[in-house]
Design a protein around this ligand. Structure first.
Ligand code: HSE
Length: 400
C-alpha cells in the first residue's frame, strides 16, 4: 500500500484527494500497488467533510509517520512550505509540489536535500497546470539545445484577457470570475502583475540550462495596465493581447522577459484562449514543438501532482532527478533586444514622426483625443529613450 500525505487542503490539495479516490483502481493498476491518502495537514478542521478524520495539524507528526512515503505540498508560498518540505525530505519522504514560488526560490536547495536523503522532489504541476512540460523538457527533449521558450504560462490572465476581448467584460469582473473558478493565486497580484509567469519561466530556464535563474532578475510586466482601449486597438490590428513569458538563447546565456504582447492572428499563441496555457519550444535539432492544455484550476493541476506520485510510487528506492544546480545563470541584457512597439500618445503625428521616423498609424473605432502608432523595429534601449523624448505616452505594448 502506497500511503500519501497531503499538505494544504485548498483548491489543488482537495483535487489531489479527489483524483486519488476517483481514479483509485486505475492508479493502483499503474503503480502495481494500492494507494490511499492517509493524512491531510491543514490548520482548518473541515468538520462534516469526509476528510475531517484525516486532518492533522502538526507537520512534524506527518514527517515522523513511517507509513507515509510520499508527501504532496499544495500550500503555496515559500514559507512555511519550505520548512515543511525540507522536514519531509530529511525524513526520507519524496515530495511532489504544485508550488512554483517554492520551486523557483528554493528548487536547487531542495533537490540537493532530496538527493542526500535518497528521495525525489518533483514539480510537474508548478508550470502549465495539467500540461506535461517539466517531464518533457527533462526526459524527452534531452537531445536538444533548447534555444527558445515562449509561453502563455498564466491561466488567470489569459482567461481575463479572453473575457475582456470576446465578452467585453471589465477587468475587475474578469478577475473575480477567475478567482471563483479557482484559477487565481490567493493573492491575485501574482497573476495580474506577471510574478506567477515570471517564476514559471525562471523554472523552465533553470531546467533547460541546469543552473539557477534568479527570477528577480527577469524584467516582468503584467496586465494591470491593459485597458479596454488597448483591446480596441488590438482588434483594429487583427491582433490579441497575450501575457507571454519568453526565454531566448543569447550567446552563452539566455534573455528572459514577461510582458503583454500584441500577437497577430497568424501566430499559434493567438489561438490560445480562456484558461488554456501553451508552451512553444524551439530546439536546435527538433525545430519547433508546442505543448498546449489546461493551465490552471483544481483537477488539471492536481492531475499533474498525482502523475508525480505515480512516477515515484512506480520507482521505489530510486531518486528521480529533474534538478538543476545552485550555480547561478546570469541572464543577458534585455535592453539590446529588438521589437516593434505599439504606442498611444497625446502628441500629434508630426511630433511622433520627428522622434520615431516612419511609423504606421492605427485607428480604433470610438477612440479619440490621442493617436496610436507602431514603431519600426528598435531596441528596448532606443525605445525607452525615444518615448521619453516624445513625452505624453499613454501606454505601449510590444508587437509579437
Ligand atoms: N494562478 C495560476 C494561473 C495557477 O492562473 O496560471 C496555476 O499555476
Amino acid at each position: 500500500m502506497v500511503k500519501v500525505g497531503v499538505m494544504g487542503y485548498g483548491t489543488i490539495g482537495s483535487g489531489v484527494v479527489e483524483i486519488i479516490e476517483r481514479n483509485n483502481s486505475v492508479l493502483a493498476g499503474r503503480i502495481g500497488d494500492a494507494i490511499e491518502v492517509k493524512s491531510v495537514l491543514d490548520i482548518r478542521e473541515f468538520e462534516g467533510d469526509p476528510i475531517h478524520d484525516k486532518i492533522v495539524h502538526d507537520y512534524k507528526a506527518l514527517a515522523a509517520d513511517p507509513e507515509i512515503s510520499i508527501v504532496v505540498e499544495t500550500m503555496g508560498g515559500v514559507e512555511p512550505a519550505f520548512t515543511f518540505v525540507k522536514e519531509m525530505l530529511e525524513n526520507g519522504k519524496s515530495v511532489c509540489t504544485s508550488n512554483k514560488a517554492l520551486v523557483a526560490d528554493k528548487g536547487a536547495e531542495l533537490f540537493q536535500i532530496a538527493k542526500a536523503n535518497g528521495v525525489s522532489f518533483l514539480y510537474e504541476a508548478s508550470v502549465g497546470g495539467g500540461i506535461p512540460i517539466i517531464r518533457n523538457l527533462s526526459e524527452t527533449l534531452t537531445a536538444e539545445v533548447i534555444e527558445e521558450i515562449a509561453g502563455i504560462l498564466n491561466g488567470t490572465t489569459n482567461y481575463m484577457l479572453t473575457m475582456m476581448s470576446e465578452e467585453g467584460w471589465e477587468y475587475e469582473d474578469a478577475l473575480k470570475d477567475a478567482q471563483a473558478k479557482g484559477y487565481a493565486e490567493k493573492d491575485p497580484t501574482a497573476d495580474v502583475e506577471g510574478f506567477d509567469a515570471c517564476r514559471k519561466i525562471a523554472i523552465l530556464t533553470s531546467l533547460i540550462t541546469g543552473r539557477t535563474v534568479d527570477f528577480e532578475t527577469i524584467p516582468t510586466e503584467g496586465i494591470s495596465k491593459v485597458t479596454a482601449t488597448d483591446i480596441k486597438y488590438a482588434k483594429a490590428m487583427g491582433r490579441a493581447i497575450k501575457l507571454i513569458a519568453t526565454s531566448v538563447v543569447a550567446g552563452d546565456t539566455y534573455v528572459a522577459r514577461v510582458a503583454p504582447y500584441l500577437v497577430p492572428s497568424t501566430h499559434t499563441l493567438y489561438h490560445v484562449s480562456d484558461v488554456f496555457n501553451a508552451v512553444f519550444v524551439h530546439g536546435n535539432m527538433l525545430d519547433d514543438a508546442m505543448f498546449y492544455g489546461s493551465g490552471a484550476g483544481k483537477l488539471p493541476t492536481a492531475s499533474a501532482v498525482v502523475a508525480d506520485i505515480v512516477e515515484i510510487a512506480k520507482n521505489p528506492g530510486k531518486v528521480i532527478d529533474m534538478s538543476w544546480s545552485d550555480e547561478k545563470l546570469v541572464l543577458g541584457d534585455v535592453s539590446e533586444m529588438t521589437t516593434a512597439f505599439f504606442v498611444r500618445t497625446k502628441k500629434d503625428i508630426a511630433a511622433v514622426k520627428a522622434v520615431f521616423g516612419d511609423v504606421e498609424l492605427v485607428t480604433a473605432e470610438g477612440v479619440s483625443g490621442e493617436i496610436g502608432f507602431v514603431t519600426p523595429i528598435i531596441s528596448e534601449k532606443d525605445f525607452a529613450a525615444k518615448s521619453s523624448a516624445l513625452g505624453d505616452v499613454i501606454g505601449y505594448l510590444r508587437m509579437k
